[in-house]
Design a protein around this ligand. Sequence first.
Ligand SMILES: Nc1ncnc2c1ncn2[C@@H]1O[C@H](COP(=O)(O)OP(=O)(O)OP(=O)(O)O)[C@@H](O)[C@H]1O
Ligand SMILES: [Mg+2]
Length: 237
Amino acid sequence: MNPILEVSRLSFSWPSSTSAVLDIDSFSVAQGEKVFLHGPSGSGKSTLLNLIGGVLTPQRGEITFNGMNLNEMSSEARDLVRGDQMGFIFQMFNLLPYLNAVENITLPCEFSKRKAMRVLEQASSLGDEARRLLSALRLDPHILEEKSVTQLSVGQQQRVATARALIGRPEMVIADEPTSALDSNIRDRFLRLLFDECNRNGTSLVFVSHDLDLGKNFDRVVSLEEINRSFTADTNE
Ligand SMILES: Nc1ncnc2c1ncn2[C@@H]1O[C@H](COP(=O)(O)OP(=O)(O)OP(=O)(O)O)[C@@H](O)[C@H]1O
Ligand SMILES: [Mg+2]
């Protein structure tokens, strides 16, 4: 199958640093593939996800997403690609406290006409699709709508953040340790529900976690230590 994502000869260093945090010869993700990426704290997992998502740009190398070379684009064009074709689940969820769960989930459709149109091809409103996703992730939308997202449990916030990443059927979902605060039986069930939604739409998934145990559920497990030639982990771990 064609890759949705191809990273080649990539090198990235933070402006404050003289050495590269990432030096990756090649990393790719096929359409619909679910990749589990692991590595110790400080090894550059979140940095790589931000490069893939076009939030950061590498000093060297190429990142091709869905046939487009992200490095050759303006930052506005990259923002559009990310907004239209990717869904991000952040390490700290980043839900907006002044919006309720459904409003948080439909927010990407305010920024992306493409996502909004793709929702309305299948659902009668954006809110209906948000509620369908919440139910699919085993949350009761009626209870959530009466609460601020700040009053939700960590597990509930995690599923709201996941629904927000899934809305509008993005080509790829990028998940940065969304399960770190969950106990193991909830985590496994959450993964199955996330996979069901990805399978429904042929969405590729790049999922980062410290928790190697989760890797068995994925199509492929990638160790950042193995693909990153300038590996440096925090020494206190
Ligand atoms: N904004 C930044 N400016 C400068 N250096 C940074 C910045 N963000 C991260 N770093 C450095 O880049 C390296 C990789 O950080 P990154 O957050 O990608 O690690 P990680 O693998 O996601 O770690 P964790 O598992 O703790 O989330 C670290 O040495 C970190 O200190
Ligand atoms: Mg991280």
